[in-house]
Design a protein around this ligand. Structure first.
Ligand SMILES: C[S@@+](CC[C@H](N)C(=O)[O-])C[C@H]1O[C@@H](n2cnc3c(N)ncnc32)[C@H](O)[C@@H]1O
Length: 247
């Protein structure tokens, strides 16, 4: 290096290569089917946090019920939600994350002029908001679940979206579903769980060449990870295997 040339800046933690997901699981979780069936047949009665109820109230005052509703669940900074709001210009696009810090970071980045008018970012537990909206009988046009925390330890099945007791409410909301992950097994398990509930689901690579949809997609892409997508077209409520959901 030339003596006057500045030393390269160290990679920030966000830019350091991301590790490929490793797990003791080599195939779908052996208890996946039993767990999913149990959750589809039972009600989950855990109380709903005040911040999720506030988010629900805000959503209902913002949404007139006449335009399509799109959710970007666990949106992190909401970067993807803004892109999706431009893509679904006719809809209200709601980005939900439980982290106030991530949402605030995203809000700071979204210059006021670039902020789509049909975008709403809410701090909530996404599963609780699903439950409240499902109890209202709301049906989505699209639901995005982009790069959920993988929870690769076998004992953490319940923390994956498809192992969660509120998977039933996720299904009840309907709509075209799209989940993305850098852990192929997560995508395969999610697709299996959807099929158990009577929904069609296909797993394939995330289309190459498109700009990254989310910060995690960018990070994983720069680290050379293969990226997987589950696509599930919308079906009627009866086919989705959902029974009326109580709040
Ligand atoms: C790996 S990050 C992905 C963020 C974003 N979708 C992306 O791809 O850049 C996972 C996100 O899920 C959020 N999260 C996890 N569980 C959640 C829940 N129950 N409700 C809302 N957000 C949740 C975390 O706060 C975090 O922002």
């Amino acid at each position: 290096m030339h003596p006057t040339q500045p030393a390269p800046e160290p990679l920030s933690p966000a830019r350091s290569p991301s590790r490929v997901v490793t797990s003791s699981q080599s195939g779908p979780h052996p208890k996946l089917e039993k767990r999913v069936r149990k959750h589809l047949e039972s009600r989950f009665l855990a109380p709903i946090a005040a911040y999720s109820r506030e988010a629900h109230a805000r959503l209902l005052t913002t949404w007139d019920g006449r335009v399509p509703l799109v959710l970007d669940s666990a949106c992190g900074t909401g970067e993807s939600s803004a892109t999706l709001a431009r893509r679904h210009g006719e809809a209200l696009v709601v980005g939900i994350d439980q982290s106030a810090e991530r949402l605030e970071r995203g809000q700071r980045k979204l210059a006021a002029s670039a902020r789509p008018e049909n975008l709403l970012l809410l701090r909530a537990d996404a599963t609780e908001l699903w439950a409240l909206l499902a109890a209202d009988g709301v049906r989505l046009s699209h639901h995005y679940l982009l790069y959920p925390n993988p929870w690769p330890k076998s004992e953490h099945l319940q923390r994956r979206w498809h192992g969660h007791p509120r998977f039933r409410e996720l299904l009840a909301l309907g709509g075209v579903l799209e989940l993305r992950s850098n852990w192929r097994l997560y995508a395969e398990e999610f697709a299996l769980a959807l099929r158990l509930a009577g929904r069609p689901a296909e797993v394939g690579p995330v289309p190459a060449g498109d700009p990254p949809l989310t910060p995690f997609e960018r990070k994983y892409g720069e680290s050379g990870h293969a990226l997987w997508q589950v696509s599930s077209r919308s079906v009627g409520a009866a086919q989705a295997g959902n029974t009326p959901v109580d709040r």
